[in-house]
Ligand binder design. Sequence first.
Ligand SMILES: [Zn+2]
Length: 281
Amino acid sequence: MITFTSWERFCLSVQRSGIEVCLPRELKKMSPSRMSKCLIMKHDVEADISKALKLAELENRCGMRAVYYVHSFYLDALKDRRSLQKIASLGHEIGYHYDVMDNNEGDYTRATAEFALTLELFNEFGLTIESTCPHGNPMKERDGWFSNKDFFRNPDTKRNFPELLDVVIGLEDLVGPDYLYISDSGYKLCIVGDIKNNDRPDFQSGSDEKIGELDQALKLAQETDNITFISVHSHRLEESLYRAYARVLLFKTAKKVARIAYKSTIGRAFMNRYYYLSKRI
Ligand SMILES: [Zn+2]
């Protein structure tokens, strides 16, 4: 269970450990030996940008830097754009959490147009995007594409946007396949066995390994011979353990309801239509 307080303790432990914290935008300029000792703190910002800003300020006070992968809808309102600019001004990296394949029903041409336009918008608001991360939509029904990860699997994307590092699809080219990717995706920290391929239908599930709390994540980062990512959703952090438990309860209930609804045609159609709501949980 991660709260703002436990994340602060984690940041202070990281600082005391002496482990180098780096940002995805810095990786391309690093030597492989230096890169292999790095820890990257990553936050996907799906909802509640005020929490992301609060987290960014907390990390800044602890002398930490992180990458915040944000959806394009945060560019719509002035207030949200100001929050992003403030996060960037604290030394953090703003990356693009793209949803372009699902948004365009797997149409690669339309997805590319949306992606390019969004990069221009980020740029216009003083936010230069140097790295990206695909968003997952567990409730989306697909025919002809596996997930948003397909966007950077397409060689045309790498040709069209050569300066971008996609931290899910492109990281292996930089550091090899054995990097450590720790995520809170199921509300419990786990080592994700194969983040690059776990959307494919032939993927063998069961390769993820649950770990304990944040202190164990740091221990693993210190022990590994390769780069470590720790990915925590900013909107899931709460002030108190009581609120954090309530959030987990909501998540588990929503998951159960979704599983039951998915068994009926109407339920499946409803979830497919409103798949984007799962971001908020
Ligand atoms: Zn996401």
